[in-house]
Ligand binder design. Structure first.
Ligand code: BES
Ligand code: MN
Ligand code: ZN
Length: 503
């Protein structure tokens, strides 16, 4: 999709569909929507009077214009209640409206600068939200669809034109579009990796994706193979990977946007390319969703790509331990003891608690490289999914500033974050009879027990742990989300890092 910004009058746009908006409760729209309404001889107001158009969030009504405006279709998209308006309303509106346009075979679309009119938000932010919502909402993973059992619309939206009457806003809007495109593309890179089936994306293939993105952004990417991983002493990562025919990898991406600064942020992601549970095998129902157990890895790789693309003045090192968790004659058994890179021994009680094992080695590596803060991202526990459900991502942080910055970055991205507590008392539950620590604690407080396991390896580092098990997949199309991988928390990570970069 090509996104451009033009000055002009939306009633004259030749696009196959134009998108205008409406706040809930408005009976006679003003601004651009009012101009379209007038050209349609009050057709929009009439549908509002009938109660068909209400302006509710998520509403997208298609009206055929029959030659009264240049475009054959007008989509009236609901903005919801004025007092609840935010940039996220714009993102969702664009996603919903573009899928509606695509279903109507409107492959070229024009829209107004939502939010910059009556809501009075700055043009750059509005344009950024439009681009993010458009790119993310129109996303589809069609790689393996050649002729589906149920026919699907194959056409894609080729062009989106943002039309603004006030010429002074154009430059800011163009800047916003450029930034929004990078953020959305990053989220879509995450989705592309997470939606990819396990057979097509073993650890070596995930490493190739990271290399390709690093090359595109002009940054360094090093991939360690199983021999090098063993040599480094990463026994926990190896222990998870030994049951698979596809050996582990350790991916290192380095971006130096502020070379004179000694500080470097560490972004770490869980890269389990498929989680069968291993010898502690999972039940069959829903196991296919475990192809997405590398979503954390995909998010940190894509975020690093975007940070480099945006030339942020800051340093980031991205670390991804990646392995496939499989049962086999060579797999790690419950009761086995593994030794992590820092020399600590781990008794494996349950081979399905594998994410924390591979992250333990990544955290040791991050500490050795003096990365700070260290932020790990993982589809780590079913307990987090049960605790928060699909609307918020839980995280833990060792200090309040780091937590506040993550909360703010999540809010700005429309990816709600919720802080969980680290609880010293729960260390006792991780005590092992034979090793320094065991990999599972009691069932109750499962997400916190997992975080405490990781904290044992993070030691005194400034550290945060994001458990995105409940938010990595969307059940249905809604706003900028499409069924399948959400791409969370890619944009949160980018905005967090941008927030700490030099201006
Ligand atoms: N990848 C899973 C967690 C998960 C569950 C992610 C559902 C997304 C959706 C993780 O490796 C796992 O299996 N965790 C276990 C840990 C338990 C054995 C202590 C869990 O949460 O059941
Ligand atoms: Mn598991
Ligand atoms: Zn897992």
């Amino acid at each position: 999709m090509r996104i451009t910004v033009e000055s002009g009058d939306i009633t004259r746009s030749p696009a196959k569909a134009i998108i205008v908006n409406l706040f809930q409760g408005v009976t006679h729209p003003g601004g651009a929507t009012g101009a379209v309404d007038a050209a349609l001889d009050g057709g929009i107001s009439a549908l509002i009077a009938d109660g068909e158009i209400k302006g509710k969030r998520g509403e997208a009504t298609l009206i055929y214009s029959l030659g009264k405006v240049a475009s054959p279709r007008v989509i009236v998209a609901g903005l919801g209640k004025q007092e609840e308006f935010s940039l996220n309303v714009i993102r969702d509106l664009m996603g919903t409206a573009l899928r509606r346009a695509r279903a109507a075979k409107a492959t070229t679309v024009a829209t107004i600068l939502h939010g910059a009119g009556i809501a009075g938000l700055d043009a750059a932010s509005c344009a950024q939200a439009i681009a993010e919502g458009a790119v993310m909402g129109a996303y589809r993973f069609r790689k393996y669809k050649d002729g589906s059992i149920i026919a699907e619309e194959a056409d894609e939206i080729e062009a989106l034109t943002i039309i603004e009457t006030d010429g002074r806003k154009l430059e800011a809007a163009r800047r916003g579009v450029a930034r929004g495109e990078v953020l959305a593309q990053a989220a879509c890179h995450t989705r592309d990796m997470a939606n990819e089936p396990g057979n097509a994306l073993p650890p070596s293939a995930l490493a190739e994706r990271a290399k390709a993105l690093a090359k595109d952004a002009g940054i360094d990417c090093e991939v360690l193979d199983d021999k090098q991983i063993t040599k480094l002493g990463m026994g926990a990562l190896m222990g998870v990977g030994v049951g698979s025919a596809s050996p582990p990898r350790f991916i290192i991406m380095r971006y130096r946007g502020d070379p004179s600064n000694k500080k470097t942020i560490g972004l770490l992601g869980k890269g389990i390319t498929f989680d069968s549970g291993g010898i502690s095998i999972k039940p069959a129902a829903g196991m296919e969703s475990m192809k997405g157990d590398m979503s954390g890895a995909a998010a940190v790789i894509s975020a690093t790509w975007a940070i480099a693309k945006l030339k942020a003045k800051i340093n980031v090192t991205c670390l991804v331990p990646t392995a496939e968790n499989m049962p086999s004659g060579s797999a790690t058994r419950p009761g086995d003891v593994l030794r992590a890179m820092n020399g600590k021994t781990i008794e494996v009680i349950n081979t399905d608690a594998e994410g924390r094992l591979i992250l333990a080695d990544a955290i040791c590596y991050a500490r050795q490289e003096n990365l700070s803060p260290i932020i790990d991202v993982a589809t780590l526990t079913g307990a987090m999914m049960i605790a928060l459900g699909p609307a918020a991502t839980g995280f833990f942080a060792t200090d309040d500033t780091l937590a506040a910055d993550l909360l703010a970055a999540g809010a700005a991205s429309g990816e709600k974050m919720w802080r969980f507590p680290l609880i010293d008392d729960y260390k006792e539950g991780l005590r092992s009879n034979v090793a320094d620590i065991k990999n599972t604690g009691p069932r109750n407080g499962g997400a916190i027990n997992a975080a405490e396991f990781l904290r044992f390896f993070a030691e005194d580092s400034q550290w945060a742990h994001i458990d995105m098990a409940g938010t990595d997949e969307a059940e249905k199309d809604k706003g900028l989300w499409v069924k399948g991988s959400t791409g969370i928390p890619t944009r949160t990570l980018i905005n967090f890092v941008l927030g700490r970069a030099k201006r």
